[in-house]
Design a protein around this ligand. Structure first.
Ligand SMILES: Cc1cc2nc3c(=O)[nH]c(=O)nc-3n(C[C@H](O)[C@H](O)[C@H](O)COP(=O)(O)O)c2cc1C
Length: 222
């Protein structure tokens, strides 16, 4: 069994998947454990909807139809890319270019870059996609709890050889998700996550994004 250290060190976002679905019992087992995650005042504000099979296919078609019709994105909360400045903005570019480079897409090729964004809404070929939501009355502070819940799921998946990718992009077109996935009426979608068994032959799954040095992000005082 993977140690927590190995799960954190070895995990990568998975952007290519095998067709084999993850058994429902395994998905439920992971969520049974992830629901033990801590939260502010033990409010447990998370809700997760998992779409597989026909529902997953229907979702993909419905979201892509919205995009093709020119409908504007309408996330409940501002996307994570909003408000990035300085080194944070640079890291966002660096991350995107590392991704395009791994796919062999030239930086100036806007068309191919646009098609790459659409892969988010094809769930990168994953057999499952999940949507994590919380009450619309809540804000970013409560979203911290959802982040802890999500990371718990990601590490439990890693332990079981399941790949996944959190996707802020999946919060952008909520209407078909609300309808097909029975999201509670009072909830807004914070993030989506595609998951399944990784396609180990795909080079994109070996993309290793850089990380900040400890000295750059931590200070120790005594
Ligand atoms: C909250 C969150 C939202 C993300 N949204 C997207 C997304 O919409 N599309 C995408 O391709 N990757 C998305 N990612 C994946 C990040 O780009 C990725 O985690 C980061 O580059 C580090 O790479 P790694 O996960 O392989 O370590 C998201 C990650 C997080 C944590």
């Amino acid at each position: 069994m993977l140690s927590v250290t190995d799960a954190i060190s070895g995990r990568r976002s998975t952007r290519a998947y095998a067709d084999t679905p993850v058994p429902l019992e395994t998905i439920k087992e992971v969520l049974q454990i992830a629901r033990l995650a801590p939260s502010n005042s033990n409010t447990q504000p998370w809700h997760i909807a998992v779409a597989s099979g026909a529902a997953r296919q229907k979702l993909q078609a419905a979201i892509l139809a919205e995009i093709e019709s020119g409908k504007a994105a309408s996330p409940q909360w501002p996307a994570g890319g909003v408000g990035l400045v300085g080194a944070y903005k640079e890291r966002q570019y660096e991350c995107a270019f590392a991704y395009y480079d791994a796919l062999g897409i030239r930086r100036e090729d806007k068309m191919d870059r646009g098609l790459t964004v659409l892969k988010n809404y094809e769930f990168f070929g994953a057999p499952h996609v999940a949507f994590v939501s919380m009450p619309k009355t809540m804000n970013r502070a409560n979203a911290l709890d959802l982040g802890i819940f999500l990371q718990s799921i990601m590490l439990l998946f890693a332990e079981r050889g399941i790949g996944c990718i959190p996707q802020g992009a999946l919060a952008a077109f909520p209407d078909p998700v609300r309808e097909i996935c029975s999201i509670p009426d009072d909830n807004g979608i914070v993030v989506g996550m595609s998951f399944g068994y990784p396609d180990d032959t795909a080079a994109i799954n070996r993309l290793q994004q850089s990380r900040r040095d400890l000295d750059d992000l931590a200070v120790f005082v005594d």
